[in-house]
Design a protein around this ligand. Structure first.
Ligand code: UD1
Length: 374
């Protein structure tokens, strides 16, 4: 008699979730023991923040779209919980999988736990130790509720164990975001983004900035402008702007200053493949993103992360990532050193090899079977 498949709900909500769930969903479907569904909360909803990723990452349309949209933290979290609870009660899944640390991750974790559905957290155990970051709260809540904690780096294991989480719930399986990078690297190289923007490899700085701590106040925004003004006097600067950042620059009257800079390419958010191609060819990344710290470490491209802490210490310890507070003078000094060749040479962390999703599918099949047998 063939065993019936485990029904899995994979949650996606915001941009950094898509490149993690695409390989996971594919690996679960290929494994043979799962019936994998995708639930999109709609936390991100624009063509450029959501739809383009489904197409480029070859992900099927979501089975369920909750259409939650933007709002305050409580509003967004509450709406996701209400919408997701209905789906869980209707679908009665054997497992809910959440990835990363966005509001949708935490909201769906609480629902799964309260409905007594086993919960897996992919990218568990990361800690910035900075509770002013909304993501840190999301990570702590999600990890405390998860039954299976799938970890990307050693610090994740150490943090979870220190928090009293039983070691038999923790699995070091690697980095699913790197699975997407490995799979789509060649395709990214075939995009025409470099030609379209008239860029030559290793002759431009790529910048992203969207954390509330950097872009919601005037001083952070002024520093960003100063950094761009300085760097664009040395190399071309490419800056795809997150909607939050665009809104803030406009509100403080700074967008115009940037629009007038000759060596700056100010763009709308880019697709996955175009951005990957730019990362691979940049001479330096300047960012406050979580994922880009990992992607540049894998690509061995220099990265300055304008934050005081990182929940991904392996990228600093063995990767190409360096942390710097948002102080224009210091950032400009270090950036020009890097551009003159004084950069850190990194190596790729263990199990960032393109096969993390397959290891996760196999481990979850073992765990669910074991649970069934009890
Ligand atoms: C969210 C995540 C953050 C992640 C980031 C990646 C949380 C707490 N934060 O932050 O961890 O790094 O996504 O982008 O979950 N907006 C649009 N179109 C969209 C989505 C948002 O214009 O499709 C605008 C809206 O004005 C919205 C603002 O962006 O108010 C912020 O969106 P939100 O989902 O609240 O947080 P992010 O800053 O994107």
């Amino acid at each position: 008699m063939s065993e019936s498949p485990f029904k899995v709900l994979n949650v996606v909500g915001a941009r950094p979730n898509f490149m993690k769930v695409a390989p996971l969903h594919a690996a679960l479907q290929a494994h043979g023991r799962f019936n994998s569904m995708i639930v999109h909360t709609g936390q991100h909803y624009d063509e450029k923040m959501s739809d383009v990723f489904f197409r480029q990452l070859e992900m099927p349309h979501p089975d369920v779209y909750l259409g939650i949209g933007s709002g305050s933290h409580a509003e967004q979290t509450g709406k996701v919980m209400i919408g997701f609870e209905e789906i869980v009660l209707k679908e009665k899944p054997d497992l809910v999988i959440v990835v990363g640390d966005v509001n949708s991750t935490m909201a769906c974790s609480i629902v799964a736990a309260k409905c007594h559905i086993p919960l897996a957290h992919v990218e568990a155990g990361l800690r910035s130790w900075d509770r002013r970051m909304p993501e840190e709260i999301n990570r702590i809540v999600t990890d405390s509720l998860a039954d299976y904690l799938l970890v990307t780096e050693q610090s994740g294991i150490d943090n979870l164990v220190a928090e009293g989480i039983s070691e038999d719930k923790i699995f070091f399986t690697g980095n699913v975001m790197i699975d997407s990078l490995v799979k789509f690297r060649e395709k990214a190289a075939k995009t025409t983004i470099l030609q379209d923007l008239r860029l030559t490899p290793r002759s431009f700085v790529l910048m992203t900035m969207h954390r509330p701590s950097n872009v919601d106040g005037e001083s952070g925004l002024h520093s960003i402008v100063q950094i761009i003004q300085f760097l664009s006097s040395i190399q071309e600067v490419v800056f795809p702007i997150h909607p939050r950042t665009r809104k803030q620059l406009k509100a403080f009257g700074l967008l115009e200053q940037l629009e007038n800079l000759p060596n700056l390419k100010l763009l709308d958010p880019l697709g996955y493949l175009e951005f990957l191609s730019l990362m691979e060819n940049a001479s330096l990344l300047i960012t406050d993103s979580g994922g880009i710290q990992e992607e540049t470490t894998f690509l061995q491209v220099p990265c300055l992360t304008l934050r005081e802490n990182t929940e991904r210490p392996v990228t600093v310890e063995i990767g190409t990532n360096e942390l710097m507070p948002m102080e224009a003078e210091n950032v400009n000094r270090r950036a020009s050193e890097i551009l003159s060749g004084k950069n850190v040479k990194g190596s790729v962390p263990p199990l960032w090899d393109g096969h993390a999703s397959e290891r996760i599918a196999e481990e979850l099949a073992i765990q669910l079977k074991r649970r069934q047998a009890i």
